[in-house]
Design a protein around this ligand. Sequence first.
Ligand code: ZN
Length: 140
Amino acid sequence: MIQAKAINHIGIAVKSIQASRDFYEKVLGAQWEGEEVVVEQKVKVGFLKLGPAGAEVRLELLEPTSPESTIAGFIEKRGEGLHHVAVTVDNIQKRLDDLKAGGVRLIDEKPRQGAHQAQIAFLHPKSSCGILTELCEPRH
Ligand code: ZN
């Protein structure tokens, strides 16, 4: 068991952050936090938060910056929509090692750099009830 501390964010694949923002801000009342390009992942990431301070949930809009981006492939196959759920963990490498030893399929055996300089790694959806699950260790 990795004892996740919280839902860190919900990742949503979109063709255009600019075009999707309105729904989250004007319909749901989420608050825009800004965007950043994660070059290694070939995505632009836009962050919004929703809910009262201290208990907000962060939404991560993922827009491909290249047709080779895995997000572009995802949208091509499945359309825009829920892409992953991220949970907050500590000691991410140890968590990955423990999961692997326990027979959980991993996409990333070593953490990589995500937005906000967090260390992230994905579990395979075949081992996580069909939803791509991201472990996220925020920068301390
Ligand atoms: Zn994410």
